[in-house]
Design a protein around this ligand. Structure first.
Ligand code: NI
Length: 168
């Protein structure tokens, strides 16, 4: 296990666009493994390379509770979206906070996997939200820019606000 230090907002590295990955290397394989260790250790569902200080177009996602669906996205692009979901979103770089963000309910992503094979990934609901959130990071964007009314709630307020707003 190697846990990397997660950069916390506001940190300049989180606002910079990332450079495409040209080829898989041992260094990148180590980075990917470390990112999974770091994300699972922090109970997150996604992590982008800039969050550990690396400005490369690489992000990981796993929205399962038992860590059974690890997804690696290299040079990802959103190629299709549909529908809408309104709900709470958080980020490991914004600890203990969450905001209400409206996202597409479905997203299709084209990217390369850890073997640099071109693949397409489809996601709905939480997976769609996580995929798009991580790709935003690679473009230097954070969910806080899109949080409704610019409000970031403390985690312990979320349940109450969900009930009040009728959110799932
Ligand atoms: Ni994030």
């Amino acid at each position: 296990m190697a846990i990397r230090n997660i950069r916390v907002y506001p940190d300049d590295v989180l606002e910079k666009p990332c450079k495409p990955v040209k080829e898989m290397t041992d260094k990148l394989r180590t980075l990917i493994n470390d990112m999974f260790d770091t994300m699972y250790d922090a109970d997150g569902v996604g992590l982008a390379a800039p969050q550990v200080g690396i400005l490369k177009r690489l992000a990981i996602v796993d929205v399962t509770e038992d860590h059974s669906d690890p997804i690696v996205m290299i040079n990802p692009e959103v190629i299709e979206t549909s529908g809408e979901q309104r709900g709470f979103e958080g980020c490991l770089s914004v600890p203990e906070k969450a905001g209400i963000v409206t996202r597409p309910n479905y997203v299709k992503v084209r990217c390369f996997d850890s073997e640099m094979n071109e693949i397409e990934i489809e996601g709905e609901e939480l997976l769609a939200r996580a995929l798009i959130h991580e790709i935003d990071h690679l473009n230097g964007h954070m969910y806080v820019e899109q949080a409704e009314d610019g409000i970031l709630y403390d985690n312990d307020e979320v349940k109450e606000v969900m009930e009040r707003e009728g959110l799932q």
